[in-house]
Design a protein around this ligand. Structure first.
Ligand code: GCO
Length: 453
C-alpha cells in the first residue's frame, strides 16, 4: 500500500490565508482606560441575569495590556493573518464628535506589532460594541443616524490605519445585535421588540455597511472590503437531486434578509416574509448603497441542520437533529458538510467573489491535565473535518481564499460569559496565563504544511 498520495490529498492552494480571529469586547478588557467610552455590552453585562454568573468584559483576556505577548504567541503558532475588531467607543467615546487619540494609538501599535511579526491584519470595524451614547441618544441601530455615524467613525479609523491595513470587514454578524437583541433579548442592547422594529435595525445595519464601504473606497481605493455574515448554511440531507434543489431553495430563502440583498440589491419578499417577517422601510437609494460591489464575502460558520425535499408550500423542510447527535459545548450539532455546500451555493448564486471563513471553531469543556496541557482532541477533530469540507469545496470550484479559526484564545462568550471556551490557546482568567492547547499545536502544523493533517 502506498499512502503518500493520501497524505497529499488535502493540500491547500499556495496562497491560502491561514488566520485566527478575536473581537474587541471579548478579549481587550481595560473597559474604562485611556478614555474609552461605554459600550452597550458594558451596560448590558451589568444588568442582573443577562450574562452567566454576572460576568463582564471588564478584564476579559487583558489583551489591551498584553497584546505584545499575544502577537508573539501568534507568531510562534505560525498564524499568517489575524482578524480582530476595533471598539468604536475607544475611538469615539460618545460614538460621534471628539476622537480619542489614545484609542487610535492602541490599534495603531497593535497593527505595527503584527506587521513586524509578519502577520497581516484583517480588521472588523464593528463587532457589536456600540457606543452606549448612540443607544441612548438615537436608539442605536433603530435609527438611520447610527448608520451614518458608523461611516463617520470608519472614516476616522481608516484614515489612521489605512496606510497599513489592507483588508477591512465592515460589520460582523448583523443578526446578533439586531435579532438576538430584540427578538430573543439575549444580546445587547436587549429589550424585546416586534419584528417590524427588529427588521428595521437589520436594514440600518446593512445601510451602515454600505456607507462604510463607500467611505473606505474614498480613502483607500486599493483596500479590500467585505462583510462578515453568519449565514444560514442549509444543505442537502441526501445527496440527491430532490434534496439538493430543496436545500438550494432553502439557502436562498433563509438568507433573503441579509446576504442576498448585499448582492442583488433587493429584498426577495417570498424568502424574507417567510423567514423574517415584515419587510423594512427602505428609502430611495438605500439598496444601491447596500449592494455596492464588495471585494470579498466572509462567513462565520459553526453549525446548521440539513434540509430535505418536502411536499409542502416551501418545497423543503429542516431535518430534525436528535439531542444525542454529536454536539459542541454550545449544544450546536457538528455538521461539517454544511460548510462544503455553502461554499458551492455561494459560487452558484454570487459567482466568483473571493470567500473567507472568518470564524469556525468549537466550544469544548477543555480539561487541564496534571502537566498543565489541554488535550482538546474534540476541537482538533472539529477543525479537521471542517477544513476537509473547505478543501473539497475548493476542489469543486469554490473560490475560498482563507480560513480563520475562532478563536485565537478563550474569551468572553457574550451571554455565556467565560463559561464557554473556543480558543486554540487556553486563558487562565486568574493569572492571565496563556497555554497552547493541542488544537493550537495541530493548527500550527496545518499552517506550516498547508494541508489538513
Ligand atoms: C459570533 C461572534 C463571535 C462568537 C463566536 C462563538 O460569530 O457569534 O463573531 O464573537 O464568540 O461566534 O459564538
Amino acid at each position: 500500500m502506498d499512502y503518500s498520495n493520501i497524505q497529499k490529498r488535502y493540500q491547500f492552494p499556495r496562497d491560502f490565508v491561514w488566520g485566527a480571529a478575536t473581537a474587541s469586547y471579548q478579549i481587550e478588557g481595560a473597559w474604562d482606560e485611556d478614555g474609552r467610552g461605554l459600550s452597550t455590552w458594558d451596560v448590558f453585562s451589568r444588568e442582573p441575569g443577562r450574562v452567566f454568573e454576572g460576568h463582564t468584559g471588564d478584564v476579559a483576556c487583558d489583551h489591551y495590556h498584553r497584546y505584545k505577548e499575544d502577537v508573539a504567541l501568534m507568531k510562534r503558532i505560525g498564524i499568517k493573518n489575524y482578524r480582530f475588531s476595533i471598539a468604536w467607543p475607544r475611538i469615539l467615546p460618545r460614538g460621534e464628535g471628539e476622537v480619542n487619540r489614545k484609542g487610535l494609538e492602541f490599534y495603531s501599535d497593535l497593527v505595527d506589532e503584527l506587521l513586524a511579526a509578519g502577520i497581516e491584519p484583517l480588521v472588523t470595524l464593528f463587532h457589536w460594541d456600540l457606543p452606549q451614547a448612540l443607544q441612548e441618544n438615537y436608539e442605536g441601530w433603530a435609527s438611520r443616524r447610527t448608520a451614518e455615524l458608523f461611516a463617520d467613525y470608519v472614516t476616522v479609523v481608516v484614515k489612521a490605519l489605512g496606510d497599513r491595513v489592507k483588508r477591512w470587514a465592515t460589520i460582523n454578524e448583523i443578526m446578533c445585535f439586531t435579532i438576538l437583541a430584540h427578538e430573543l433579548d439575549w444580546h445587547a442592547p436587549g429589550g424585546k421588540r416586534d419584528k417590524a422594529y427588529t427588521n428595521q435595525t437589520v436594514h440600518h445595519a446593512l445601510l451602515g455597511h454600505g456607507l462604510a464601504l463607500k467611505a473606505i473606497r474614498e480613502i483607500c481605493p486599493d483596500a479590500q472590503v467585505g462583510i462578515v455574515e453568519n449565514l444560514n448554511a442549509s444543505w442537502p440531507y441526501y445527496n440527491t437531486e430532490k434534496d439538493l434543489q430543496a436545500a438550494r431553495k432553502a439557502w436562498k430563502e433563509m438568507n433573503a434578509q441579509r446576504l442576498f440583498p448585499l448582492f442583488t440589491g433587493e429584498y426577495d419578499p417570498t424568502g424574507f416574509e417567510r423567514h423574517a417577517g415584515p419587510l423594512p422601510r427602505v428609502e430611495p437609494g438605500d439598496m444601491e448603497i447596500i449592494s455596492q460591489k464588495m471585494d470579498f464575502v466572509a462567513y462565520n460558520y459553526y453549525s446548521c441542520p440539513p434540509v430535505r425535499h418536502a411536499d409542502n408550500e416551501e418545497g423543503y423542510e429542516v431535518v430534525p437533529v436528535p439531542q444525542a447527535y454529536p454536539r459542541t459545548a454550545m449544544d450546536w450539532p457538528i455538521t461539517p458538510d454544511a460548510l462544503y455546500w455553502t461554499l458551492l451555493f455561494t459560487k452558484d448564486f454570487f459567482g466568483d467573489i473571493p470567500v473567507y471563513i472568518a470564524e469556525n471553531g468549537m466550544a469544548a469543556p477543555d480539561q487541564v491535565e496534571e502537566d498543565g496541557s489541554v488535550q482538546d482532541t474534540d476541537r482538533v477533530e472539529y477543525i479537521k473535518t471542517h477544513l476537509r469540507s473547505c478543501h473539497r469545496a475548493i476542489e469543486d470550484g469554490a473560490n475560498l481564499k482563507g480560513y480563520y479559526v475562532w478563536s485565537f484564545m478563550d474569551n468572553f462568550e457574550w451571554a455565556y460569559g467565560y463559561s464557554k471556551r473556543f480558543g486554540i490557546v487556553r486563558v487562565d482568567y486568574d493569572t492571565q496565563k496563556r497555554t497552547l492547547k493541542e488544537s493550537g499545536r495541530y493548527y500550527s502544523r496545518v499552517i506550516s504544511e498547508n494541508r489538513v493533517l
